[in-house]
Design a protein around this ligand. Structure first.
Ligand SMILES: [Zn+2]
Length: 80
């Protein structure tokens, strides 16, 4: 799925997911975001690549009835 301005994504910072909104889309899957840390403090990141690692963005994991998403579900949600 292609990111677009205004959508909510996760950015991995300090080893955990932080919610952020897409502020700009570069070519491909690279984006700028503005988000909030676990204390609600705002942060901004530019030229963030898609991925699961530190400093990357990904689509929010799906949670059903309190069950965390499986790796397969996360991978499927990340596909274009
Ligand atoms: Zn996440």
């Amino acid at each position: 799925m292609t990111p677009s301005i205004g959508r909510i994504v996760h950015v991995t910072i300090g080893g955990s997911c932080k919610g952020a909104m897409v502020a700009h889309v570069w070519s491909g899957q690279t984006i700028n975001v503005g988000g909030f840390d676990q204390n609600g403090q705002p942060f901004a990141r530019t030229s963030v690549p898609q991925g699961e690692g530190e400093g990357n963005w990904h689509w929010p994991e799906r949670v059903e009835e309190g069950r965390p998403a499986t790796p397969d579900e996360i991978a499927k949600a990340s596909q274009p």
